[in-house]
Ligand binder design. Structure first.
Ligand SMILES: Nc1ncnc2c1ncn2[C@@H]1O[C@H](COP(=O)(O)OP(=O)(O)O)[C@@H](O)[C@H]1O
Ligand SMILES: N[C@@H](CC(=O)OP(=O)(O)O)C(=O)O
Length: 443
């Protein structure tokens, strides 16, 4: 059995869904379970309509017309999705009346994209000769906690999905399952977080004990840098889980940050593939050590970060200074990513200026606090980095060539990533020069 996740770009239109049909049809012998995202742009359209409703403007036309256009192009009967259109309108009307949009209502409205997409894709598949049936993932046991916007399945999911899958998915039928969404024990709809269909796919793959989880997107697998920024980016044939996890965490949209954990736990390889070029082998992510792997595998970055710098002579020789600072940050739920220290200052990055601002009054007891917004964490990832001399020199040289000031630099011994903090305004030039230096120059 394989789990195949198709992202929004793969199910954007009839032309794309026809590609998905051919890809799935060619793999029927491997007993595919399809996990689908909403059509590209649909989740944004639903969320925007909900936000507008919360200011009193009731208008369901953008998401409903978008969905209707895809369903009509696929030849689906109008009544297939009519109840969903009505429910979306009712919900938006309710939000516009109370002018309130809770995380619970936001998940409810955002869930419609996946729920409608799987129904029209399964309907189209069935009429095209691939026996398929649509499933809301909760009907296969995906019952979550009540953390709206970042829900996770409750313990026992693996046993539940195995049992419910055996009971509800007939032999020979391709299940087309909703990504992204879930339901809590009270029956309320939740989501696992934006771009979370990748995570649904690896959770389903782990629960069912699939032989492989495939993430089908619009690039030739994972590339040495975001190909929409670096035109010369190239495919990475194999990656280790640790490398891919760093890449996902530090901002590459191609994989959701939590995607790899369920697969890592069960040792299930994850393959990233291109719906537009299905014969390309893409990228395989697993545990195999490739001793010949290059020092640097890829470049990733996360923009709109905030740097907090605390300067204090109290740090000098004092036991527990950092622990006290981190305890305050933890109490305010500030997540810290990169941290560097000297004897008189400590700098760290986070992505939540709001939470950091709430922690500031307490932090000021430790020293002078400086908050620097609009920063980017730029990360060089590579399994082979610990055993290659001169990588840091090459990286810093490239940054100097690009005229970019490196404000923080962090590398731990044996680590697979080297992180730097720069200004947001310098990202494109820094990534371009760095990619050229690390991947394009004769080395
Ligand atoms: N290192 C990378 N390799 C491949 N794609 C990347 C990388 N970094 C960023 N991306 C971006 O991720 C995009 C795919 O993610 P996304 O738009 O969420 O796709 P999907 O619709 O399939 O979920 C690519 O089009 C690419 O621009
Ligand atoms: N549709 C959801 C979930 C998702 O994973 O989408 P995509 O696969 O298109 O990134 C979102 O836009 O957040």
């Amino acid at each position: 059995m394989i789990v195949m996740k198709f992202g929004g770009s793969s199910v954007e239109s009839r032309a794309q869904i026809e590609k998905v049909l051919h890809i799935v049809r060619a793999r029927l012998a491997r007993r595919p379970v399809v996990v689908s995202s909403a059509h590209k742009g649909m989740t944004d359209a639903l969320i925007n309509a909900a936000k507008a409703a919360a200011t009193g403007r009731f208008d369901p036309s953008v998401p409903v017309n978008k969905q209707r256009a895809v369903a009509e192009s696929l030849g689906c009967a109008p009544d297939l999705l009519a109840p969903f259109y009505e429910e979306i309108a009712d919900l938006l009307r309710g939000i516009s009346l109370v002018k309130e949009l809770s995380p619970r209502s936001l998940d409810y409205i955002a869930s419609f994209g996946e729920r409608m997409a799987v129904r029209c894709i399964a309907d189209f598949f069935a009429r095209s000769g691939v026996p398929a049936r649509a499933y809301d993932v909760w009907d296969l046991g995906f019952i979550t906690d009540a953390n709206f916007g970042r829900a996770r399945p409750l313990p026992g999911f693996d046993a539940r999905i195995k049992a419910m899958f055996a009971e509800r998915v007939p032999e020979g039928i391709v299940p087309i399952v909703t990504g992204f969404v879930g339901r809590n024990e009270a029956g309320e709809i939740t989501t696992v977080g934006r771009n979370g269909s990748d995570l649904t796919a690896t959770l389903v793959a782990a629960g069912l004990g699939a032989e492989e989880a495939q993430i089908w997107s619009d690039t030739d697998g994972v590339m040495t840098a975001d190909p929409s920024v670096v035109k010369t980016a190239r495919n990475i044939p194999t990656m280790r889980f640790e490398e891919a996890a760093e890449l996902a965490f530090f901002g590459s949209r191609v994989l959701h940050p939590s995607t790899l954990l369920p697969a890592m736990e069960k040792g299930i390889p994850v393959r990233v593939l291109n719906t537009n070029r299905p014969d390309h082998p893409g990228t395989v992510i697993d545990f195999d050590t490739d001793a010949a792997s290059p020092a640097v595998t890829c470049i990733a970055y996360r923009e709109r970060q905030v740097v907090l710098k605390i300067s204090s002579t109290r740090m000098f020789g004092e036991v527990g200074f950092l622990a006290q600072v981190l305890a305050v940050l933890a109490r305010h739920e500030v997540v810290i990513d990169v941290i560097t220290t000297s004897e008189v200052s400590v700098s760290m990055t986070t992505d939540d200026l709001g939470k950091l601002s709430r922690a500031l009054p307490e932090l000021e007891q430790f020293g002078a606090c400086e908050v620097l917004p609009n920063r980017t964490t730029l990360v060089i990832v590579g399994q082979g980095m610990p055993r290659q001399k001169g990588v840091a020199a090459q990286v810093l040289d490239a940054m100097a060539q690009a005229g970019v000031n490196v404000e923080m630099l962090s590398y731990a011994t044996g680590s697979v990533n080297l992180s730097m903090v720069i200004e947001d305004a310098h990202v494109a030039s820094a990534v371009g020069v760095l990619h050229h230096s690390l991947f394009e120059k004769a080395r």
